[in-house]
Ligand binder design. Structure first.
Ligand SMILES: Cc1cc2nc3c(=O)[nH]c(=O)nc-3n(C[C@H](O)[C@H](O)[C@H](O)COP(=O)(O)O)c2cc1C
Length: 172
């Protein structure tokens, strides 16, 4: 099969938010739901900036918008749940990111005794404690110490790319 032509756009110094959103969207990621119980109800949001950081000690990081009104409600809690969303959970992901209404409506979840909220059907469950926080421009880079990991082998992840939810497919 012929290699498709690779036509870049001209290099541009336009690093406006719109351009950068498009540019950063060329990098495919998964999405995690970050959640915890507050006054007995689940609170949380979707984040595609999840990244694994360290094996020893076990650490991950997430970049959180400084404008987030959700994060200040979660950052002081003792334990957070992080669920790697699975293929088919795109609609739930959008709801978990919505600014209006109940983000957990239509989503099955469970809480650990410590109050971490984990999404049923996810590909991976992690629980973590907030650690150091670093300056990340209009975001904060939040390091978290991992406490537990529970894998669901065979559950395919949701993929986020160019503002769309996609699924993995094997390379031909
Ligand atoms: C696919 C996807 C990925 C997102 N990733 C992040 C992220 O990494 N960091 C972040 O702060 N917000 C992220 N968001 C936005 C939050 O999920 C949520 O919309 C935002 O926190 C809403 O603002 P609020 O906290 O003021 O209610 C993402 C949203 C979507 C749909």
């Amino acid at each position: 099969m012929a290699t498709p032509a690779h036509h870049p756009t001209a290099p541009s110094a336009d690093l406006s938010a719109a351009t950068l959103r498009q540019a950063f969207g060329a990098y495919p990621t998964g999405v995690v739901a970050i959640g915890a119980l507050r006054d007995g109800a689940p609170d949380g949001f979707a984040a595609s900036s999840f990244v694994s950081i360290s094996l020893e000690p076990p650490m991950i990081a997430v970049s959180v918008a400084r404008t987030s009104t959700t994060w200040p409600r979660l950052s002081g809690l003792p334990v957070l749940g992080l669920s790697v969303l699975s293929h088919g959970q795109g609609a739930q992901c959008r709801r978990l990111a919505s600014r209006a209404g109940d983000r957990f409506e239509g989503t099955d979840w469970q809480a650990t005794p410590e109050g971490a909220v984990l999404i049923e059907g996810a590909a991976l469950w992690l629980t973590a404690r907030v650690g150091a926080v670093y300056d990340g421009g209009d975001h904060e880079i939040v390091l978290m110490e991992l406490l537990t990991a529970e894998l669901f082998p065979g559950v395919e992840p949701l993929v986020f790319h160019t503002s769309q939810f996609r699924e993995l497919s094997p390379h031909a």
